[in-house]
Design a protein around this ligand. Structure first.
Ligand code: 8OZ
Length: 374
């Protein structure tokens, strides 16, 4: 006899759940399971460099800034240096020593006290760095090819110099810094890490044929060019589990002089490889480089997909309802609106961002944006 009626009642529940899903499309405010986390909404705070961490140790002002934005389903922090060799901008935080772990602990506690969730973005800047940030050492890169343009240092704007091509023998240890930083992130109480594979920083430099001209197993074929990024991801996964690791990509992006004439093929391959890893998510900068980035990534990535890039509420709702995106990340709107989810829910007006205070400074333009009354 067993349980003769149980399967029937389970069936009924399943049928009615399917019906609800059909009638009510997913919205920005539908809860979602993201790897190891249950999020109350699908609104993500996108990573944004703010240059307010002198000494590279997160401070009380940084904790207040992130805590103010804890109503996001998920906060992804600004780019954080996983290894001292990778610091590429003035006053950005690191995650490679004990003081930084302590600093991140106060950020994690402040965000969690308000019910939020926070992943730290691991950003090694490779050739985009400057000796001024590296105690005089030369930045490292796949090949000795300088990025055009200049970088803002404590002594003003300076040209990007020619980086030093990494020796093959030193690459595994560099990859392992992603795993070490992921372990430190969890020690600090952060919920997970996002590997910054976008925007022309080190993993993206390895992927790009114009920047990576190596002829060993780290360059040449697509499989070889993707080895650094996938290695960094695998290092983080081995350290803290795939359900606490995400990846950010910018398919077709040209920031920091990235050029890849085969970008659709490159990113279809990378998405497919990442999909095998059961990560918490893939986070994609959805711009318009001449091919349909979101459609390409959705077709090749059968996991949780976050889209980002100039979204407003209507476009975000449309992409979530259609199933193109599972979550949407907002950058500048979150910078200027600590209560962005409430404003989106109410259709309230948004504060205008003050571009003059995006990078560097103190509380002004950082923790002093007003929230809705009541
Ligand atoms: C703009 C200015 C400074 C840094 C990125 C970390 O593009 C950045 C960044 C962007 O990911």
């Amino acid at each position: 006899m067993g349980q003769p009626f149980a399967p029937i009642s389970r069936c009924k529940r399943a049928a009615s759940a399917a019906l609800v899903t059909e009638i009510l499309p997913m919205s920005l405010f539908s809860p979602i399971r993201l790897g190891a986390l249950d999020l109350p909404n699908r609104i993500v705070m996108a990573p944004m460099t703010r240059n307010r961490t002198p000494g590279q140790v997160p401070n009380a002002l940084n904790a207040e800034y992130y805590a103010q934005r804890a109503s996001a389903g998920l906060i992804v922090t600004e780019g954080v240096t996983p290894d001292a060799s990778g610091r590429g901008y003035i006053d950005i935080p690191g995650l490679y020593n004990a003081a930084q772990v302590q600093g991140w602990r106060q950020v994690a506690e402040a965000v969690h006290a308000k019910g939020g969730h926070i992943f730290v973005q691991l950003m090694h800047t490779g050739r985009i760095s400057h000796p001024d940030f590296l105690d005089g050492a030369q930045p490292v890169a796949p090949s000795a090819i300088a990025a055009p343009g200049e970088i803002y240092t404590h002594a003003g704007m300076k040209p990007h110099g020619t980086p030093r091509a990494l020796e093959a023998a030193e690459i595994p240890a560099l990859i392992a810094t992603y795993g070490r930083a992921a372990t430190l992130a969890r020690e600090a109480g952060l919920d997970g890490v996002e590997v910054h594979g976008a925007n022309g920083y080190l993993p993206s430099q390895f992927l790009a044929p114009n920047v990576n001209q190596r002829q060993d197993e780290w360059g040449g074929s697509l499989e070889n060019r993707a080895r650094f990024l996938l290695g960094a991801v695998d290092s983080a996964v081995a350290a803290i589990g795939a359900d606490r690791v995400g990846v950010r990509l910018s398919p077709g992006g040209v920031f920091n002089d990235i050029q890849d004439p085969e970008a659709p093929a490159t990113f279809a391959y990378v998405a497919g490889e990442l999909a095998k890893r059961n990560l918490a998510y893939l986070h994609v900068f959805n711009t318009n480089p001449g091919f349909d980035v979101a459609a390409l990534m959705r077709a090749n990535y059968k996991g949780t997909l976050i889209l980002n890039g100039g979204y407003d509420r209507a476009r975000a709702e449309a992409d979530i309802a259609s199933g193109l995106a599972d979550l949407v990340a907002f950058g500048v709107p979150f910078l200027a609106n600590p209560d962005l989810p409430a404003r989106l829910a109410q259709g309230a007006a948004l504060n205008a961002p003050d571009q003059g205070t995006f990078y560097g400074g103190g509380a002004k333009g950082y923790t002093d944006y007003p929230v809705l009354a009541g």
